[in-house]
Design a protein around this ligand. Structure first.
Ligand SMILES: Nc1ncnc2c1ncn2[C@@H]1O[C@H](COP(=O)(O)OP(=O)(O)OP(=O)(O)O)[C@@H](O)[C@H]1O
Length: 252
C-alpha cells in the first residue's frame, strides 16, 4: 500500500491505518493506526528515536515514502522546533510566504495580533528573540486557517518561562480556532496542560493512550495532574519519584 494522494474524504479529522515506515530495512513505524477527531488536541510522546517526528512528518504528508492508508485535512500547517523563518524576508512576508490573494499584509497583521506581535510586522527575523520567532511561526501557521495543526516540539528550544507563556498562547489559540492538533513533545507536563489525549509511541506502535480528563483552563495544581503525570512517566520508562527528586534538586 502507498500513501493515498487523492482528495481527502475525511475533511477535518485524521484517519491513519497501517502506517509503516522503515529506513534501510529498520522499521520505525510498524502498522500504526491513529485517529484525531476534528478539533481534538492529541499529544504524542515517546523515547528519543521512537519515531514521533517520523509519524508527524507522515501525517503532514511530508514523507512520500511512508506506507499506509492516510487521510488528513487538506488545510494543514506545521510548526517545528526551529522557527524556519527566512532571514531575508520581513516578518509579515514570512507569514504570508506562498499565499496569494488580496491584502496579504492585512492577513499577516491579524495573525500577528493574535500572537501579540503586530508591532514587529516589519522587523527582520534575526532581530527577534527565540520566543518571538516561535510566535511568528505560530502566526504563519494560523494565517493558513489549518484544520490540522502539527507541532513538532515547538517549544523545545525555549527557556522555562517563555515556554510556559507559549503553551498558554497555544491553549488560547486552539480554543479560539479549534483545529485538530498533533503535538510531539518530550514534556509530560506540556502534554497534560494542552492535550485531550496523550499517546505513547514505543516499538513502532502506539503503545498506550491516556485520556487527559482535566477541565480547562488547566492548572498544574489540579488533583488529577499528579496521577496522570505518574502514568505517563511510567509509560515512558521513567521513575516518577526519581524524576520529582531530580527536579527538586535542580531548583535553586
Ligand atoms: N531520513 C532518515 N534516514 C534514516 N533514518 C532516519 C531518518 N529519519 C529518521 N530516522 C531514524 O528513525 C528513528 C526515529 O526518528 P524520529 O526523528 O522520528 O524519532 P523521534 O522520536 O522524533 O526522536 P527525538 O525525540 O529524539 O526527536 C531514529 O532512529 C532516526 O535515526
Amino acid at each position: 500500500m502507498t500513501v493515498i494522494d487523492t482528495p481527502i474524504e475525511t475533511t477535518r479529522g485524521v484517519r491513519v491505518r497501517g502506517l509503516r515506515r522503515a529506513f534501510g530495512g529498520r522499521v520505525v513505524l510498524d502498522d500504526v493506526d491513529l485517529d484525531i477527531a476534528p478539533g481534538e488536541f492529541v499529544a504524542l510522546l515517546g523515547a528519543s528515536g521512537s519515531g514521533k517526528s517520523t509519524l508527524l512528518r507522515a501525517v503532514g504528508r511530508l514523507d512520500r515514502q511512508a506506507e499506509g492508508d492516510l487521510r488528513v485535512p487538506e488545510q494543514r500547517a506545521i510548526v517545528f522546533q526551529e522557527h524556519r523563518l527566512l532571514p531575508w524576508s520581513q516578518v509579515w512576508r514570512n507569514i504570508t510566504l506562498g499565499l496569494t490573494g488580496p491584502d496579504l499584509r492585512g492577513q499577516a497583521l491579524r495573525a500577528l495580533t493574535e500572537v501579540g506581535l503586530a508591532a514587529r510586522a516589519d522587523a527582520w527575523p534575526t532581530t527577534l528573540s527565540g520566543g518571538e520567532s516561535q510566535r511568528v511561526a505560530l502566526a504563519r501557521a494560523l494565517v493558513r486557517t489549518p484544520e490540522l495543526l502539527l507541532l513538532d516540539e515547538p517549544f523545545g528550544a525555549l527557556d522555562a518561562l517563555t515556554r510556559l507563556k507559549a503553551q498558554a498562547l497555544v491553549a488560547r489559540l486552539w480554543s479560539r480556532h479549534r483545529p485538530a492538533v498533533l503535538l510531539v513533545t518530550h514534556d509530560v507536563e506540556e502534554a497534560l496542560l494542552l492535550a485531550d489525549r496523550a499517546l505513547l509511541l514505543a516499538g513502532g506502535k502506539i503503545a498506550q493512550e491516556i485520556i487527559v480528563d482535566i477541565p480547562r483552563p488547566r492548572s498544574l495544581d489540579h488533583l488529577r495532574f499528579a496521577s496522570l503525570r505518574r502514568r505517563l512517566l511510567v509509560g515512558l520508562g521513567v521513575d516518577p519519584d526519581l524524576s520529582r527528586a531530580e527536579q527538586t534538586q535542580e531548583s535553586p
